[in-house]
Design a protein around this ligand. Structure first.
Ligand SMILES: NC(=O)c1ccc[n+]([C@@H]2O[C@H](COP(=O)([O-])OP(=O)(O)OC[C@H]3O[C@@H](n4cnc5c(N)ncnc54)[C@H](O)[C@@H]3O)[C@@H](O)[C@H]2O)c1
Length: 337
């Protein structure tokens, strides 16, 4: 049941805005002006209004959201209700730790790199997109972030990344990944299959293989692999992506078992839907899209990347001390359906 908040802010969900006596008409009017309506929002209704700024990639500026908030609050931006979830930094949790984060240029990887850095860690931020890393470093001015532009499908990438660590790697977050085009097996192209496995599976395996000797020598280390709801079920994506994320689950379990006596912890997080704008390569398969659409009604909500970095940083940190080999859904309950 959705409760109508007394005070609407940018952190109130779109659902709360739409259900609010004043906020509903204001937001509906805004959507109409933008040539759309609430029906187009789908599961995005569960997102905080603020999230639309990042998701729109420039189309919806911060001023527009601030304008809506002011419109329903007598011209002022009220303080955020403390009961609304907000990222709460744990000061010093990664102090003295070196953490590699792949996919650090965008979405979940960026949120994870940012959180670890703001909690005192030295982050080796890896991404294929050098410009995104530059932006991350600029945003985290004053924190320890070492950008390493690398394509994880390049067989030389892992050694280059390790070289940046100066012999110390306390944790590794394998976040980088790509989507498929929702194609089912009778349609999947060799190119799609090969590309998805090259990034999501082989890139992850090769970097982890290079990192493990450093962690084994040190006698400690925490690895978090980002799988997906598609690693738990067959109805979340196309066959290539689904198979690749099942492979990530297998790599996680095998590695956790193999090094359980060596002081290493290896876990995976399985996100549900996350508002990151992860690109869809090419035109989505019509057959796959129709099948997946029917299953998508079970998605409870779309998460903010900061929700995922909360889960990932917990497992990366010493707070995950007794957790090894877990495949932890971070999906608002989708996996329970
Ligand atoms: N967004 C979702 O709904 C969702 C759901 C479940 C799982 N995931 C998984 O979460 C992870 C992060 O996804 P996201 O949504 O943040 O995506 P994103 O596209 O926002 O970020 C992924 C980053 O990885 C980088 N990258 C891609 N290929 C690379 C390569 N070959 N070498 C180095 N870097 C590369 C990209 O440049 C990008 O910055 C992925 O593994 C994805 O499969 C995402």
């Amino acid at each position: 049941m959705t409760q109508t908040p007394i005070t609407l802010t940018a952190h109130s969900t779109i659902e709360q805005w739409l259900g609010h006596a004043e906020g509903g008409p204001v937001l509906r009017g805004f959507l109409a002006q933008a040539g759309t309506d609430e029906a187009a929002l789908g599961p995005a209704r569960s997102m905080p209004l603020q999230q639309l700024v990042a998701l729109s990639q420039g189309t919806l500026p911060q001023e527009a959201v601030d304008g809506l908030v002011k419109q329903v609050n007598g011209g002022v931006i009220p303080e955020t209700d403390p009961s609304v979830w907000q990222e709460r930094i744990v000061p010093g949790r990664f102090e003295g730790r070196t953490v590699i984060v792949t996919g650090a240029g965008s979405g979940i990887g960026r949120a994870t790199a940012s959180r670890v850095a703001r909690e005192g860690g030295r982050v080796l931020a890896v991404d294929i997109a050098a410009d995104r890393l530059e932006n991350l470093v600029a945003t985290l001015n004053g924190h320890q972030v070492v950008p390493i532009a690398a394509d994880l499908t390049d067989t030389a990438a892992a050694q280059r990344i390790i070289a940046g660590a100066n012999g110390r790697i306390d944790a590794l977050a394998n976040v980088a990944g790509i989507n498929d085009d929702f194609s089912p097996l009778h349609e999947v192209s060799d190119a799609m299959w090969t590309r998805v496995f090259a990034v999501n599976v082989e890139g992850l395996m090769r970097l982890t293989r290079a990192v493990l000797p450093v962690m084994l020598d040190a006698g400690h280390g925490s690895i978090v692999n980002v799988a997906s709801e598609a690693g738990l079920r067959g109805s979340a994506s196309g066959v290539a992506y689904t198979a690749s994320k099942h492979a990530v689950v297998g790599i996680t379990r095998s590695t956790a078992f193999m090094y359980a006596k060596e002081g290493l912890r290896i876990n995976a997080v399985a996100p549900g839907g996350v508002a990151t704008g992860i690109p869809m390569p090419g035109t989505p398969s019509a057959y796959g899209s129709t099948r997946l659409e029917a299953a998508r009604v079970n998605i409870p909500s779309i998460a903010d990347p900061a929700h995922l970095s909360a889960t990932i940083s917990f497992l990366l940190s010493d707070d995950g001390v007794n957790i090894n080999g877990a495949i932890l859904p971070s999906d608002d309950g989708w996996s329970a359906v």
